[in-house]
Design a binder for this molecule. Structure first.
Ligand code: ZN
Length: 88
């Protein structure tokens, strides 16, 4: 990935919080906890939380998590978030 793209991604990550993306997609978030956003995990209770100043999220049941770009990808059904996360 070229450095301009990397800079842009870092810029996005610094400007937009996971919480913003969740709220924008209608996810209810109460005291840092919300229901897992991974489609394969039918979470009946809020098992996921945001941390690091809302910059990352983690599900305590299925162990999945990530940053704002991962959250955006999941909520929009883009499961190949690897494409933006790695050089592969
Ligand atoms: Zn989960």
């Amino acid at each position: 990935m070229n450095s301009l793209v990397v800079d842009l991604i870092e810029e996005i990550k610094s400007q937009i919080s996971v919480r913003d993306v969740l709220v924008e997609h209608g996810v209810e978030i109460t005291s840092d906890m919300f229901r897992c956003i991974y489609p394969k995990h039918l979470d009946e209770h809020p098992s996921s939380s945001v941390y690091e100043n809302d910059r990352r999220f983690y599900c305590h049941v299925c162990g999945r998590g990530g940053d704002v770009i991962d959250a955006y990808a999941i909520l929009n059904g883009l499961h190949n978030s690897q494409a933006i996360d790695s050089d592969e």
